[in-house]
Design a protein around this ligand. Structure first.
Ligand SMILES: *Cc1c(COP(=O)(O)O)cnc(C)c1O
Length: 464
């Protein structure tokens, strides 16, 4: 047997297909630690064998329609052959190389593509490998930018309820999102501005926005010159419940902080790549309100590979130039600008701009709008909101949901998850919020199945 023979390792690691489903789940229970999961009370994970388009196949003929794009990353459906082929081809050419002192074609092409498509003044592309590191890098860039300028501004401002990832800087910026109890005392101070969420037929919107702007004015009067950056999820706060707010409000916030020289970071880890109907959520604001930095991840590779991007203005980039290494940005990750991930991103970019995808985006938004309209009349639903391919609604808390909440812990989302799974749907409510964020290849019939499951809850026909 030759050393290079692919069979030479079989005596050490048996191929996985020798394990039955039951054995795999036993091994999972024994060895795997799943994210955002209370293992003691969580149901057994669902074992996915393969996935095509919107369909996850669990074996034994059981299928689930993925209505949340697998944690918001998938754009064109699972297993898209064009992206799979781009990754395979890249793997044969160059799988990885250190990105300090070296560069490569997929990263260069992707950087040029993104820089040209992002709003001015975003011109420089810094690669990382996920959403948390993209925002972490953005925050560090802002703090060091002021440090290098010998104007040490150390305050960070954020929107209440914002989520920016799970590393320490990202947790600090998202400290009001409610996930970080054990680390609270170690997070750095971040001031938060109330976020004026809105929805269909919201009569309070103007008041909420006005109140928030007044608070911002008083904050800026005191701390404006000490504040390095404002970080926010533009228009759509994902993790804290798919909550939306207006572009007009965002413009007013940016106009105010700019008067104090504060840098603006848009965390578009979720909203990028047409999620909100436009290529970037930043396109919902007028060009003069474009951010100084913008973070991307999630959909960037169509959901195939981990990749993060922090784009920034030339002005920020130049703030790091000089003759000493101390002025440089001493930050990087082993898999920074992975050629495989960049190749996937370039393939996904092509698909994104095809006529087919563009027509799908319009069709999904129209279907969502019709469903939103219908839901706004149902007795057990409230706060309907729709933005591009996102459609979200809150279940009114009544006796039934309160009971489920008691049974399942702080929210009834587990019970809801089971309700949807029984109907062949992967939906993962955030508390009482049910939302659809489907891959762009979803069909009208598939959407209809998901709408119906929520409509039946909303009309009282079905209960959890
Ligand atoms: C998911 C998310 C992140 C974190 O991305 P990860 O890749 O999960 O680390 C950051 N910001 C926003 C807005 C997100 O939705």
């Amino acid at each position: 047997m030759s050393l290079n023979s692919p069979t030479s390792a079989t005596s050490l690691t048996p191929p996985t297909n020798t394990h039955s489903k039951a054995e795999l789940l036993q091994l999972d229970a024994k060895y795997v630690w799943h994210p955002f999961t209370q293992a003691q009370t969580a149901p057994e994970p669902l074992l996915v064998q393969r996935a095509q388009g919107v369909t996850l196949e669990l074996g034994g003929g059981i299928k689930l329609l993925d209505m949340i794009s697998s944690w918001w990353v998938n754009l064109h459906g699972h297993g898209h052959p064009a992206i799979a082929a781009a990754i395979a081809e890249q793997a044969r050419q160059l799988e990885h190389v250190i990105f300090a002192g070296f560069s490569h074609q997929p990263a260069i092409q992707l950087a040029a593509t993104l820089a040209e498509a992002l709003p001015d003044p975003l011109e420089r592309i810094f690669f990382t490998d996920n959403g948390s590191t993209a925002t972490e890098a953005a925050i560090k860039m802002c703090l060091q930018y002021w440090h290098n300028a010998s104007q040490p501004r150390q305050r960070v401002l954020a929107l209440e309820g914002g989520y920016h990832g799970d590393t320490f800087g990202a947790m600090s910026a998202g400290r009001s999102s409610g996930f970080y109890g054990p680390f609270e005392s170690l997070l750095f101070e971040v001031n938060t501005l109330p976020c004026p969420h809105s929805f269909m037929n919201d009569s309070q919107q103007a008041d909420k926005e006005q109140q928030s702007l007044e608070l911002l004015d008083s904050y800026l009067a005191q701390y404006g010159q000490q504040t390095a950056a404002l970080i926010l999820e533009p228009l759509l706060q994902g993790a804290s419940g798919m909550r939306v707010y207006s572009a007009e409000f965002l413009q007013q916030v940016i106009a105010r902080v700019r008067q104090h020289g504060i840098l603006v970071i848009f965390d578009e880890v979720l909203t990028g790549f047409f999620r909100t109907g436009k290529l970037w959520a930043a396109e919902h604001v007028a060009p003069e309100y474009a951010p100084d930095l913008l973070c991307l991840s999630k959909g960037i590779t169509g959901g195939f590979m981990p990749l993060g991007v922090t784009a920034c203005s030339q002005e920020i980039y130049e703030g790091f130039l000089g003759h000493s290494f101390e002025r440089a940005f001493a930050h990087g990750h082993s898999y920074t600008a992975s050629p495989l991930a960049c190749a996937a991103a370039l393939a996904s970019w092509q698909l994104l701009h095809s006529t087919e995808t563009q027509e799908n985006l319009q069709r999904i938004a129209e279907q969502h709008k019709a469903a939103a309209h219908h839901w706004s009349d149902l007795p057990k639903l409230e706060h309907v909101r729709q933005l591009g391919t996102l459609l979200a609604v809150d279940l009114k808390a009544d006796e039934a949901t309160a009971e489920a909440a008691e049974q399942y812990g702080s929210t009834n989302s587990l019970a809801l998850r089971e309700y949807f799974a029984e109907r062949g749907l992967l939906l993962r409510p955030l508390g009482n919020t049910c939302y659809l964020l489907p891959p762009y290849c979803v069909t009208d019939e598939q959407l209809e199945r998901a709408y119906t499951a929520i409509t039946e809850l909303g009309s009282g026909e079905a209960q959890v």
